[in-house]
Design a protein around this ligand. Structure first.
Ligand SMILES: [Zn+2]
Length: 105
């Protein structure tokens, strides 16, 4: 659904309008991916909580700025991953699209 994989271009987030194989549209309605923000929010929570836990327990509860800088750096670096996976997950959950083996391979 994206023009480039994470391996090819980490920060390129361009999407195809339609699936190159089966013509399935990737935007079922305008603003569809607004809801993907909530999936992305879950991802950042899943990243932030373990970092907080690790810093608190293994780095002797450092200054609040250490928490902020470490969490913001990791989230900024992983942002393309969260962006792409949250859109893909949201499309699968709420896009009304089902996998059709006819078009695979
Ligand atoms: Zn397809």
């Amino acid at each position: 659904m994206f023009k480039f994989s994470l391996k090819e271009k980490w920060f390129n987030l361009q999407m195809h309008d339609k699936c190159p194989k089966c013509e399935q549209t990737y935007e079922p309605e305008p603003g569809f991916y607004f809801g993907a923000m909530f999936v992305s929010y879950a991802f950042s929570t899943a990243i932030t909580l373990p970092i907080g836990f690790i810093l608190y327990n293994f780095f002797n509860n450092p200054n609040i700025w250490v928490y902020l800088i470490v969490v913001m750096s990791v989230v900024a670096l992983l942002w393309p991953v969260m962006f792409k996976y949250s859109r893909a997950i949201f499309l699968h959950l709420f896009g009304g699209i089902r996998f059709n083996p006819k078009y695979s391979g």
